[in-house]
Write a protein that binds this ligand. Structure first.
Ligand code: AHR
Length: 780
C-alpha cells in the first residue's frame, strides 16, 4: 500500500501536560437551574429588575388559595435573616381553607421528581403571630396530587432553620413545591431550598448528578471557571447588587452569600461558589483554573482608578491563600472551616477575560507582579481578547510577553471553514514565548461536521504542544429552556442531559490525550485540497444601527485603473444601498467619506456580497461602538477575521478606504491603516493525525480524522512495535455531517468501540469518509 502513517514510539516529543480541559461559565442557566442542584427558583426572594426586567421578589412563586382560603403575601426587609439577602416573605394566612400559601415552579417545566427518591427541604422561619405557626410542605403534581408531605412548626420569634426530607411517590417532571399554613397565623419565610438527596458525590449544597457525571466522564485535565463575560461585567463595588463577580461574595454558608445580577440576564444565587468549584474540580480530577476580573469592565467602560487597585490585587493573593494556604493562614482557615482542610493545589490563575484596551494593559501587570512575587509557583494567564487577530490581540500578546506571563488566553468562535483554513495557525508559535491557552473556541454549530472539524483543529493543537499549553471548548453547558448562547457542548433540561457530537469529540480527546506526543511520519497521503473561492460579489452600504451619510463614494479597479463615482448616499437606519457596480472585480478599492447622523454605532460596508448568508463586511463602530472589524459570513455564520478599536462620534466625518486584493484585505480610517488581514482558503488535508503515549499504562494512542467524503485506505506502521502482538480498542465516530444529538436521540452521533488485535505493528486500515478514529493499543 502506498499510503502510510508511521509512528515510532521511541520518537518522543513534548509532554502534553494539561492540554485538554473544560470551561464552565454560568450562562444558559449553567449554574442555577443547571449543574447546581438547587430545585427552588428564587429561594431567597431576591430576584430583582436589576437581574432581568421581568423579575420581582416573588418571581417563580405563586399564591396558593384553595377552597375559600385567603393569604396575604408581603415582601419585607426589616430584620432579615441575613443583611446581605435582605428580602424575605411574610405569609399571613387570613383563612386557611384548603390551602393558604405559596408554590414555587422551579426551573423548566417544574420540579423533576422521581418515584422513591428523596429530596432535602430546608428553609428559615420566624413566627410573627402569638402562637406557633405550622408550615405544611408538599411536593405536588399540577393537578394537586401530593407526592410527599411534611409538616414543620415555627415556634420562635427569631429566625430558625427548618429541615425535612420528602420522598416522592411519583415520577413527574412538572411538580411544584407547595408551602401552606394549615391554621390562621403569620410566618416569615426565607431561603426555601430543595435539593435531591442524591447529588454528585452525595455532597450537600451539591451538583446535579447526571450533569456532573457527564462532565466527569470527559476526564478533563483542568476546569476554567466561573466565566467568561460573567466575570468582568458589573459594578466595581463588591457590595453592589450588580457587582462584578467577586469570589469573596461566593464563599461561606450558602444562605449568607449575597444574590447578584448575572450579566446573562438572570440572577445568580452564588450557591455554586468558589469553594464548590474547587471541590468539584477535585472530585472530577481536574486542576482548578479560576479567572478573576482585572479591575475593568469592558462592557460598560468601568475602570478602577490605578491608585485604588490594591483590593483587587489582594483578592488575587487571597484567593491563592484560600486555595493553597494551610489552615493556619487566614484564608486557608476559611477553607478549612468550610470543610476542606487540605489545600486544593491551585496551579493556574487567569486575570481578565477578553479585556482589551489600555485600561486592562495598565492593570494586568500590577496583578502579575504581585502574584509572581508572592507565589512564584503559580502560572499566570493573561488575555488576548475575544478575537483571533488584530491590534488588540497583538497588544494582549505583547503585554503578556513583556510581563512574562506563563500563558495567554485566546478566544474565538468561527465557521468550520475558518478552522480548516487555520489548521496551521500555531505552527509558527514559539516554544519560548508564553504558551497559548485556547480558553474558548467552537465552530458555529453542534453537527457532526462541526465536531469533526474541531477534531482536526485539535490535532493541530496537539502537534504544536510546544506552544499550546491548554485548550477548552466553550461554552460547556446549556439549559435548553434558557439559551443565551449557541452552540454548547452539553444540553440539559430539568431531568435529562445529552452530549453533542462536539462533546463526544472532546471526551475522546481528553480520555485519550496521552502524556507525551510522539512523532508521526507519512508517505504518499497526497496533496491537500484547496477550496479557493474568488472574492466576488456586490458592494452595499449601510449604517450600523444608525442614520448615516456616505459622501463621494468611489470604486477603483486596482488592475485596470478604471474608476466609478457614485456620489452621495443618505441612508436612514436599516436602509441599504447597493452600488450599481461590477461584481466580478477581485482587486479594487472602495473610498468614501462617512458621517453618522444619528445613532450609536457606525458604518457597515458589505463586499463580496453573494447573499444575506454569504458575504464580507467591514464594520466601523461595531459592538457598543467599540470595534473595527473585517468579517466574513458563510452559510449564515460569521468569522471575525481581524479587529481593532475605534469609536465613531456622531457628526464627525471619517475618510474610509477599503482595499480588496484577492483575499487580502486592508482598511484605513482617516489615512491610518486600521486592519489588515488575509482570508485564507479552506484547505482539507488528506488526513489529520497525531500520536501520543500514555505513560500511565504505556498505551500508544493514534488519532486520525478524515475530513473528506471518501474513505482512505492506509498502511499503519508502528515501527517500534513491529515484532509485537498488539491489543486494544478502536474508537470511531462517523455520521451524516448534518447529524445532531437531541433529547430524543442523545447518542445519534457517538463513538463506537471495537476491539483490536494485530500480530505485528504494521496493518492496513480504511478510514471511513468524514470520520474520527482513535486507536489505543498496547503490546501484549
Ligand atoms: O462563551 C460565551 C462568551 O463568549 C464568554 O462569556 C465570553 O468570554 C465570550 O465572548
Amino acid at each position: 500500500m502506498d499510503k502510510k502513517i508511521i509512528v515510532n514510539g521511541k520518537d518522543e516529543k513534548e509532554p502534553l501536560g494539561d492540554l485538554y480541559g473544560i470551561f464552565f461559565e454560568d450562562l444558559n442557566h449553567a449554574a442555577d437551574g443547571g449543574l447546581y442542584a438547587e430545585m427552588v427558583q428564587n429561594r431567597s426572594f431576591e430576584f430583582d429588575t436589576v437581574d432581568n426586567k421581568e423579575y420581582h421578589p416573588l418571581y417563580a412563586w405563586e399564591k396558593v388559595e384553595r377552597g375559600d382560603a385567603g393569604v396575604v403575601l408581603s415582601i419585607c426587609t426589616t430584620d432579615p435573616y441575613c443583611d446581605k439577602n435582605p428580602h424575605y416573605l411574610v405569609l399571613e394566612a387570613v383563612k386557611p381553607g384548603e390551602g393558604a400559601g405559596i408554590a414555587n415552579r422551579g426551573y423548566n417545566s417544574g420540579f423533576a421528581v422521581k418515584e422513591g427518591e428523596a429530596y432535602l427541604f430546608s428553609c428559615y422561619t420566624k413566627k410573627m403571630s402569638e402562637d406557633p405557626v405550622e408550615l405544611r410542605v408538599a411536593l405536588e403534581g399540577q393537578d394537586g396530587c401530593e407526592y410527599a408531605v411534611l409538616t414543620l412548626c415555627a415556634e420562635d420569634t427569631g429566625w430558625r432553620k427548618q429541615e425535612g426530607r420528602l420522598v416522592s411517590s411519583r415520577t413527574d417532571a412538572a411538580a411544584r413545591l407547595v408551602l401552606t399554613l394549615p391554621q390562621k397565623g403569620t410566618l416569615a419565610l426565607d431561603f426555601v431550598s430543595l435539593f435531591p438527596e442524591d447529588t454528585f458525590m452525595g455532597r450537600r449544597n451539591g451538583m446535579r448528578k447526571d450533569i456532573a457525571l457527564k462532565i466527569k466522564d470527559m476526564k478533563p485535565k483542568f476546569m476554567r471557571f466561573p466565566g467568561g463575560c460573567l466575570v468582568h461585567d458589573g459594578s466595581l463595588d463588591p457590595e453592589a447588587r450588580n457587582s462584578m463577580y467577586r469570589w469573596k461574595n461566593t464563599i461561606g454558608p450558602a444562605e449568607e452569600r449575597p444574590a447578584r445580577r448575572n450579566s446573562w440576564g438572570y440572577n445568580q444565587t452564588l450557591g455554586l461558589g468558589f469553594f464548590e468549584y474547587f471541590q468539584f474540580c477535585e472530585d472530577i480530577g481536574a486542576k482548578p483554573l479560576p479567572v478573576l476580573p482585572g479591575g475593568y469592565d469592558p462592557h460598560h467602560q468601568r475602570v478602577v482608578p490605578i491608585q485604588e487597585m490594591q483590593p483587587w490585587i489582594q483578592d488575587a493573593l487571597d484567593l491563592i491563600e484560600f486555595a493553597n494556604g494551610s489552615p493556619e493562614t487566614g484564608w486557608g482557615a476559611v477553607r478549612a472551616q468550610m470543610g476542606h482542610e487540605a489545600p486544593f493545589g491551585l496551579e493556574y490563575l487567569a486575570i481578565g477575560n477578553e479585556e482589551v484596551g489600555d485600561a486592562f494593559f495598565e492593570r494586568y501587570p500590577l496583578f502579575h507582579k504581585a502574584v509572581r512575587e508572592n507565589y512564584p509557583e503559580i502560572k499566570i494567564i493573561g488575555t488576548a481578547g475575544p478575537f483571533a487577530a488584530g491590534s488588540e490581540y497583538e497588544k494582549g500578546w505583547s503585554c503578556a510577553k513583556e510581563c512574562g506571563s506563563d500563558l495567554v488566553d485566546e478566544h474565538y468562535y468561527h465557521t468550520p471553514e475558518w478552522f480548516l483554513a487555520n489548521h496551521h495557525r500555531y505552527d509558527s508559535f514559539r516554544a519560548e514565548d508564553p504558551k497559548v491557552f485556547l480558553g474558548e473556541y467552537a465552530s458555529w454549530g453542534n453537527t457532526w461536521y462541526n465536531a469533526l472539524v474541531e477534531a482536526s483543529f485539535m490535532l493541530g493543537l496537539e502537534r504544536n504542544a510546544k506552544a499550546v499549553g491548554l485548550a477548552c471548548y466553550a461554552p460547556m453547558l446549556a439549559n435548553a429552556d434558557y439559551v443565551n448562547w449557541k452552540p454548547d457542548m452539553i444540553w440539559f433540561n430539568n431531568r435529562e442531559v445529552f452530549g453533542t457530537p462536539d462533546y463526544y469529540v472532546q471526551k475522546l480527546f481528553m480520555n485519550h490525550q496521552g502524556s507525551r506526543r510522539l512523532g508521526v511520519r507519512t508517505q504518499g497521503l497526497g496533496e491537500p485540497e484547496r477550496k479557493e473561492q474568488p472574492l466576488r460579489g456586490s458592494i452595499r452600504l449601510q449604517g450600523y444601527d444608525a442614520e448615516v451619510l456616505y459622501r463621494s463614494v468611489t470604486l477603483e479597479n486596482n488592475r485596470t485603473g478604471e474608476r466609478k463615482d457614485f456620489g452621495d448616499f443618505h441612508l436612514k437606519k436599516g436602509e441599504v444601498s447597493v452600488l450599481p457596480a461590477e461584481t466580478e472585480w477581485e482587486d479594487y478599492t472602495i473610498s468614501c467619506r462617512a458621517v453618522e447622523l444619528d445613532g450609536y454605532q457606525g458604518f457597515q460596508i458589505f463586499f463580496g456580497w453573494q447573499d444575506e448568508e454569504n458575504h464580507y463586511c467591514w464594520t466601523v463602530g461595531g459592538w457598543q461602538n467599540y470595534d473595527l472589524l473585517l468579517s466574513k459570513k458563510i452559510h449564515g455564520c460569521v468569522s471575525d477575521l481581524t479587529q481593532s478599536l475605534i469609536r465613531v462620534s456622531e457628526g464627525q466625518e471619517y475618510e474610509l478606504k477599503l482595499q480588496v486584493s484577492g483575499h487580502r484585505l486592508c482598511a484605513w480610517v482617516d489615512g491610518r491603516l486600521c486592519a489588515k488581514t488575509e482570508d485564507r482558503p479552506v484547505v482539507i488535508e488528506p488526513l489529520y493525525y497525531g500520536a501520543s503515549r500514555d505513560e500511565a499504562d504505556q498505551a500508544l494512542i493514534l488519532k486520525v480524522a478524515n475530513l473528506r467524503e471518501e474513505s482512505i485506505a492506509v498502511q499503519l506502521e508502528l515501527e517500534d512495535m513491529c515484532g509485537s502482538v498488539l491489543r486494544g480498542t478502536i474508537y470511531t465516530m462517523q455520521a451524516d455531517p448534518a447529524a445532531e444529538n437531541d433529547f430524543e436521540q442523545p447518542e445519534r452521533v457517538a463513538p463506537k468501540e471495537s476491539p483490536f488485535h494485530s500480530k505485528g505493528g504494521s496493518f492496513a486500515y480504511e478510514f471511513p469518509g468524514l470520520s474520527l478514529t482513535i486507536f489505543r493499543l498496547k503490546e501484549e
